[in-house]
Write a protein that binds this ligand. Structure first.
Ligand code: NAP
Length: 265
């Protein structure tokens, strides 16, 4: 009996896990292991990298995986590209659950950039909220972007992290430990309490991290918005219902065993 491999780590992946479990579809939920205590899931869970494309192929073969659903974060480009390559190598159907990017609306003051390095060159004011997680903080660690130093003109950063850091993740930084989804009231209070002058955000899309964008709009703060990385072409759905519909068509043909027919949907 083949199973679905659900690459997770997002709110949307959790919703899809619920739908799969509810429909009685055999699946395994995969976490990268980036968070100390990941949320429990209504599916069997595995944790940790596969060991590149070859490792992912070996895992799929060993575990009888019949289809891959990529519901990772839009900025998890390496995992997503590995999934495309492994699915192609094994002839497995692959679909992504991909939330649309946010679009600016009236009142937004976005500064669009293509990378964290570019974001570091467009910071405004001395109190910057880096709402980007912990993996790409190095871009803000020196040079003009950071205005590093300890004098009164030094720039100070506010970080929001899922796990408490073992050591300061960035010079001149304060941090709060919190896990989304976040609220407008909470993020307004956070930005005010730290006198934030500018926000750096990934264009993640979805609702869980959108409160900071709304709060910035309400306070008329600039948002340095980092565009998404390129992912290899793949079948993609914006909703859990879309993915479930794709699977249902495959199920009508004999579930994930019919990899070729699923792929043709
Ligand atoms: P990444 O740069 O694309 O992935 C780095 C490596 O981590 C991958 O090559 C893979 O290791 C492993 N990996 C990533 N996601 C995995 C998964 N779901 N299951 C098993 N292994 C996984 O991704 P990332 O930015 O480090 O993100 C890691 C996880 O955090 C993802 O699940 C993502 O959904 C979640 N997340 C990311 C962000 C973000 O902004 N990047 C934000 C929120 C949540 P191997 O090559 O060894 O297989």
């Amino acid at each position: 009996m083949s199973r679905i491999l659900l690459l997770g780590g997002t709110t949307e992946a959790g919703a899809l896990a619920q739908a799969l479990a509810g429909a009685g579809i055999a699946a395994v939920y995969s976490y990268a292991g980036a968070v100390a205590a990941p949320r429990s899931q209504p599916l069997p869970v595995r944790v940790g990298g596969f060991g590149g494309i070859a490792g992912l192929c070996a895992y799929c073969r060993a575990e009888g995986i019949g289809a891959i659903i990529d519901a990772t974060h839009p900025f998890a480009a390496q995992m997503s590209n590995h999934a495309v390559a492994a699915a192609a190598a094994l002839g497995l159907p692959l679909a992504a659950l991909e939330r649309p990017p946010w679009q600016p609306v009236a009142g937004d003051r976005w500064i669009g950039v293509a990378s964290m390095a570019e974001a570091a060159q467009h910071l405004v004011g001395r109190r910057v909220f880096l709402g980007i997680g912990r993996n790409e903080l190095a871009a803000f660690g020196g040079g003009d972007g950071a205005q590093a130093g300890s004098g009164p003109r030094a720039r100070r950063f506010l970080l929001r992290l899922v796990d408490p850091p073992q050591s300061p993740p960035l010079a001149n930084a304060d941090w709060v430990v919190a896990r989304g989804p976040f609220t407008l009231a909470g993020d307004l209070a956070l930005l005010r309490a730290h006198d934030i002058t500018c926000i750096v955000s990934k264009n993640a899309g979805g609702s869980g991290a959108y409160a900071k964008i709304e709060a910035a709009r309400a306070l008329s703060l600039p948002v340095v918005m980092v565009a998404r990385p390129q992912i290899a072409p793949r079948l993609s759905f914006a909703t859990v219902a879309g993915v479930m519909g794709w699977l249902a068509q495959g199920a009508a043909l004999g579930a994930a065993h019919n990899a070729g027919q699923l792929r043709g949907v």
